[in-house]
Design a protein around this ligand. Structure first.
Ligand SMILES: Nc1ncnc2c1ncn2[C@@H]1O[C@H](COP(=O)(O)OP(=O)(O)OP(=O)(O)O)[C@@H](O)[C@H]1O
Ligand SMILES: [Mg+2]
Length: 238
């Protein structure tokens, strides 16, 4: 469970202070699927990097599964990240000229798994995202949607309890974006993973059970979405 209270993140830019987060408080239960929305510069990525233990807040508290992370050292944060969190980005961030399989095995190499274990786990993750037929393709031999699936498999391979995705559909056409959202929905339903994603697209956001809106580093709304869009529903443009 994610519990935050009064998160502040202040960047000093010369004489100016930028309040990227200005007192955000929220809890996210295990297994929730939450979308974060808000204009550019409202603090969404800053929030994700704190929740993902990539960074610590300037002040305020953050407990992850009961463990206070706001004052952890770099090493301690890295340990929590490796154990609990999988990241997905807008631009996939895959290694070029490196097969899908090797891209997915990489986090396991860092985590010290043996060769056979690595291969089995990476194959299982690629199978989970529907790419068991593409394991030897390099990123430039895959479509955008397939590349994002490889990135999701890489995020899954350590079996994290939380998946954080910063605009995971931002570089994809809308049909492929919806397929990626359906994949997140099935991970959340079948594996009980907590999924937190940032999006500018309200149709994408409505695939989640809850939508948090940020403005100027503050939460301006936090609402349950009683009827998340389900797989196979045709997109209706507003
Ligand atoms: N490392 C940094 N140093 C200084 N200012 C920063 C830094 N990172 C972010 N900011 C500032 O903090 C504010 C929030 O940035 P953030 O990246 O969280 O916004 P965002 O909501 O993710 O925007 P976008 O939708 O464009 O990705 C912005 O004003 C930004 O300029
Ligand atoms: Mg951002």
């Amino acid at each position: 469970m994610i519990q935050t209270q009064d998160l502040m993140k202040v960047y000093q830019m010369g004489d100016n202070e930028v309040r990227a987060l200005d007192g955000a408080s929220f809890n996210i239960e295990n297994g929730e699927m939450v979308a974060i929305m808000g204009p550019s510069g409202s603090g969404k990525s800053t929030l994700m990097s704190i929740v993902g233990c990539l960074d610590v807040p300037t002040s305020g508290s953050y407990a992850l599964d009961g463990l206070s992370v706001e004052n952890m050292s770099e090493t301690e944060l890295a340990e929590v990240r490796g154990r609990k969190i999988g990241f997905v980005f807008q631009q996939f961030n895959l290694l070029a000229r490196t097969s899908a399989l090797e891209n997915v095995m990489l986090p396991l190499t860092y985590a010290g798994y043996s060769g056979k274990d690595r291969l089995d786990r990476a194959m299982k993750a690629l199978d989970r995202v529907g790419l068991s037929q593409r394991t030897h393709h390099a990123p430039n031999e895959l479509s955008g949607g397939q590349q994002q699936r490889v990135a999701i498999a890489r995020a899954l391979v350590n079996e994290p309890s939380i998946i954080l995705a910063d605009e995971p559909t931002g570089a994809l056409d809308s049909k492929t974006g919806v397929e990626i959202m359906e994949l997140f929905q099935s991970l959340h339903k079948d594996n009980g993973q907590t999924v937190i994603l940032v999006t500018h697209d309200s149709y994408v956001a409505r695939h989640s059970d809850r939508i948090i809106r940020l403005s100027d580093g503050r939460i301006i709304s936090d609402e349950a979405n009683a009827n998340p869009i389900k797989a196979g529903t045709p997109r209706v443009e507003e």
